[in-house]
Structure formats: structure tokens, C-alpha cells
Design a protein. Structure first.
Length: 476
């Protein structure tokens, strides 16, 4: 049983410096389940001091040592998959089977991918008479969100461990339990004391203290663009590296000649997955103007089959959104879409039929959306799809890129070659062609205001490494 009233610092479970907590609410019932401790700058200072001490020795461990450590973490993690899935389902509302398979499974996937990378990665590279060394950057502060909690924790912690870094994690206060289980997994796997530390808390307190801390060498942040800007400003005076994965408003370009039934159905299902709470969700479906009615009809059929309901109930497609604040924001944007003249094809404001409590959003689709409408520009972060018409391929690309974000893009066409041509023109860090999902060994991250770092696979490992050139290393 996890202890939500303590933090994991220097290899032990410890009490917070100041007794302060917040309730964790089940979004399906709107009822408080338990309290979780909130940390302060004093707790951050303790965790950073522990990580700094541990870095002196952990940074010098061999590849073989770290391979053995990650292998053990994976072994222990596998035994707690169901427990992690249940915690994620209760705290952020994902349907239980999805939480076990995709949410908990994503964490395992990143651990395994990182292990494969570590086994073969070249930490030394001869360049002329010099040797280029890739060394751990130091103490890393990690701030992770609630929407894919284990995905984001593992894709930071695994490569940091592989690199030889030490770290302090601040998970979201909305989904603390899965992070605490993760801390227990690392402890059981024998991660040396001080290498991994966990302090729960709020962004303006714990997150700010981490961002400003002179002994933290890097911040790895996933969250909203607004919060990411604040982290970067606070980190600037100490010139620490800031790696960010931020918001998105990703285009899903469906070209003339594409299999409409397949592309639209897949796009709507992907948008609704995780109740639309994914930074890379394909939230703007850009289609040939002449096919708008046909696309809207296909999309409506998918929405009508999408059941928003109890995460533990049989047949539930999507659960609630994470909290009241998110629900209110989404409702406001749905109303804005109606007020600005978009055609409401499915869903709309209010709770789904037959539901009288919980933060459930009706699976909603708007057609005839124009690029200047609020719902076409703002990240909604809920199960709300906007369908925008384009007169030709050039206009589709122009609309796709008409956003301050650049995290992901999706392209469906009559041929892979046509899809590739458009993919090269989309200003985004990830583009998926013909419905093919992301590859965990390929980099994940954004252009523009969607961020500046890269996670996953080899690229995720390199985010936590410094490059040192040693001239004369290879001289005769």
C-alpha cells in the first residue's frame, strides 16, 4: 500500500518538512478518495542535495551496471502493471482495460526501449585527433503531467538512469499514486539511494523551486505551453538546460483520393482516445471541401458509437476528463464553437445521456469549421474534433501549418508517396502516415510552441547527455 503522505528522498520514505495536503478526486464520481502530501522548497532542497551527492558515484557507473539496473526495474515493473493501471484509471478516469494496456504498458515500453538503446549506444566517438565523450548532464528535475502519467515518467526516468544522471520527480498532484508505485518499483529494483527522488506538490511551489534551483542542471518538463514558458523563465538565470514537451493542435490532413471511411474513422477514434487528453491528438481534421458532408456523416457514426461512461464498466469507450476545471474549460469551448457558427454534428454541451455526475464530456464533432474559429486554434484537451475544409492540397498544408503549435501531424492519401510529399511540408516533430502509429524508438517532440527537446529511444537518451571534446585524445 503506497504512502501518499510521504516523499521518497535519498532512498527512504520521509515526512514532508511542512504538513500540507490536497484531496485526490475520482473524476468518475466527483468524490475525494484520499489526501496526498504537498511539498515545499525545503523538501526540494533535501531531494536536490541527495541527488547531487549520489551523482558523484552514479555518474561513474559502467554501462553494464546500468543495463543490469534497468533490467531489474523492468522485471519489478511487470509485476505491478495491474496495480498501476487501476491507479491511473481511478485518478484520471481512463477505462480500466485501456489504463492497464496502454497507460501502464507505455511505461514498460519506454523502459524496454531505453534498455535496448543503452546496450549499444556509443558514448565515445573519435573525431580527428579528438575524442567526443557523451557524459551525464547531472542532476535533473522532472515535472510530469496527469494525462499519460507513466508514459511521461518512464520516458524521462529510464533514459536519465541510462545516462548516469540523478533526478527529482514532481508528478502531477491529480495522479500521484502511479508515481508513488513507480518509486517503490525503483527502490525494490535496487536503484542506489539519492539517484531517484520524488516530491509531490504544486507547480507554483515545488515546480518553481525545482526550476530555479542552482544545483539542478536540467529541467525536463511536460505540460501546457503556458506552464512551460514559466519554467523556462525561472530556469534562465541558472542557464540550465530546459527540455520541453508542450501543447498541440495537431492537423489530420485527409487528401483527395484517400480511403475516407478508413481515414475518418481512424482519425475520430484516435481523437477520442484517452477522452481527447493527449498533446498529440489529431484535433483538426482537414478534408477536401467537396467531401465535408460525407466526412461529417462518417465522423458522426463513430461518435454515436463512442460511449462515455464509468471507467470500470463493460463497454465504456472513454471515461471522464480529469477534473472540474478541465470540464468547465471544455464546455466553454464547445459553446464557443456553436456561438461562432460551426456545425454541431455530434455531442455538444452538458453531460452524456443517462449520466448525472462525474466530469464526462459528450463525444463532440464540429463540421464547417473555419481556421479562424476559437475551436480551430485553441487546444481543447477533450473529446472534441473540428473538421475544416480545404479547396486543394496546398491550402490543406497552409491550414495545417497555421498554428503556433507543431507537435504532431497526420496524413492520409491515395498513395504513401503522396502522403510523404505532404509530410515533408508539415512543420511538426512527428508525422504519422496512413494511420501508422508512433514508433517508440523514434524521437518524440515538437516544433514551435510545442517544445524544444526530444524524447524516446536514442534521442531521449541524448537529451540527458553533455558533449565533451577531448583534443589530443587520439594523437599519435
Amino acid at each position: 500500500m503506497v504512502n501518499r503522505m510521504q516523499f521518497y528522498i535519498d532512498g527512504a520514505w520521509v515526512d514532508p518538512a511542512v504538513k500540507k495536503s490536497t484531496a485526490v478526486v475520482n473524476p468518475a464520481t466527483e468524490e475525494a478518495m484520499y489526501e496526498v502530501a504537498l511539498g515545499s522548497k525545503v523538501d526540494v532542497d533535501k531531494a536536490v542535495a541527495a541527488a547531487k551527492r549520489a551523482f558523484a558515484t552514479f555518474s561513474q557507473t559502467s554501462r553494464e551496471d546500468r543495463v543490469a539496473l534497468l533490467s531489474k526495474v523492468i522485471e519489478v515493473y511487470k509485476g505491478r502493471l495491474k496495480e498501476i493501471g487501476a491507479a491511473v484509471s481511478d485518478e484520471m478516469g481512463a477505462p480500466l482495460p485501456m489504463a492497464e494496456k496502454l497507460q501502464a504498458g507505455a511505461g514498460l515500453g519506454h523502459l524496454m526501449t531505453t534498455l535496448d538503446v543503452l546496450k549499444n549506444y556509443h558514448f565515445e566517438e573519435p573525431v580527428g585527433t579528438a575524442m567526443v565523450l557523451r557524459e551525464p548532464i547531472g542532476v535533473v528535475g522532472m515535472i510530469t503531467p496527469w494525462n499519460w502519467p507513466l508514459n511521461q515518467i518512464a520516458c524521462k526516468v529510464a533514459p536519465a538512469l541510462a545516462a548516469g544522471c540523478t533526478m527529482i520527480l514532481k508528478p502531477s498532484e491529480f495522479t500521484p499514486t502511479s508515481a508513488l508505485i513507480f518509486a517503490e518499483i525503483l527502490h525494490e529494483a535496487g536503484v542506489p539511494k539519492g539517484v531517484f527522488n520524488l516530491v509531490n506538490g504544486l507547480g507554483p511551489e515545488v515546480g518553481a523551486a525545482m526550476s530555479e534551483h542552482p544545483d539542478i542542471d536540467m529541467i525536463s518538463f511536460t505540460g501546457s505551453t503556458r506552464a512551460g514558458i514559466d519554467v523556462a523563465k525561472r530556469a534562465a538565470p541558472t542557464v540550465k538546460r530546459v527540455s520541453q514537451e508542450l501543447g498541440g493542435k495537431s492537423p489530420n490532413v485527409i487528401l483527395e483520393g484517400a480511403d475516407l471511411q478508413k481515414a475518418v474513422t481512424g482519425g475520430v477514434m484516435h481523437m477520442f482516445n484517452n477522452s481527447g487528453q493527449s498533446c498529440n491528438a489529431p484535433s483538426r481534421m482537414i478534408v477536401p471541401l467537396s467531401k465535408m458532408k460525407e466526412v461529417a456523416a462518417i465522423a458522426k457514426a463513430v461518435a454515436d458509437k463512442t460511449k462515455a461512461g464509468d471507467p470500470r464498466a463493460e463497454g465504456t469507450t472513454i471515461g471522464p476528463v480529469v477534473n472540474r476545471g478541465q470540464w468547465d474549460k471544455i464546455q466553454g469551448l464547445i459553446k464557443k464553437g456553436i456561438d461562432e457558427g460551426a456545425t454541431l454534428v455530434a455531442g455538444g454541451p452538458g453531460l452524456p445521456e443517462g449520466v448525472n455526475k462525474g466530469f464526462y464530456v459528450r463525444p463532440t464533432i464540429f463540421a464547417d469549421v473555419t481556421p479562424d474559429m476559437t475551436i480551430a486554434r485553441e487546444e481543447i484537451f477533450g473529446p472534441v474534433l473540428t473538421i475544416i475544409g480545404a479547396k486543394d492540397e496546398a491550402e490543406a498544408v497552409q491550414i495545417a501549418n497555421d498554428t503556433p503549435y507543431g507537435l504532431a501531424g497526420y496524413v492520409s492519401a491515395d498513395t504513401v508517396e503522396s502522403a510523404k510529399r505532404v509530410a515533408r511540408q508539415i512543420r511538426a516533430g512527428n508525422v504519422n502516415l496512413q494511420g501508422v502509429p508512433n514508433d517508440r524508438s523514434a524521437p518524440f517532440g515538437g516544433y514551435k510552441q510545442s517544445g524544444n527537446g526530444r524524447e524516446w529511444g536514442k534521442y531521449g537518451l541524448e537529451d540527458f547527455l553533455e558533449v565533451k571534446a577531448v583534443a589530443g585524445f587520439n594523437a599519435a
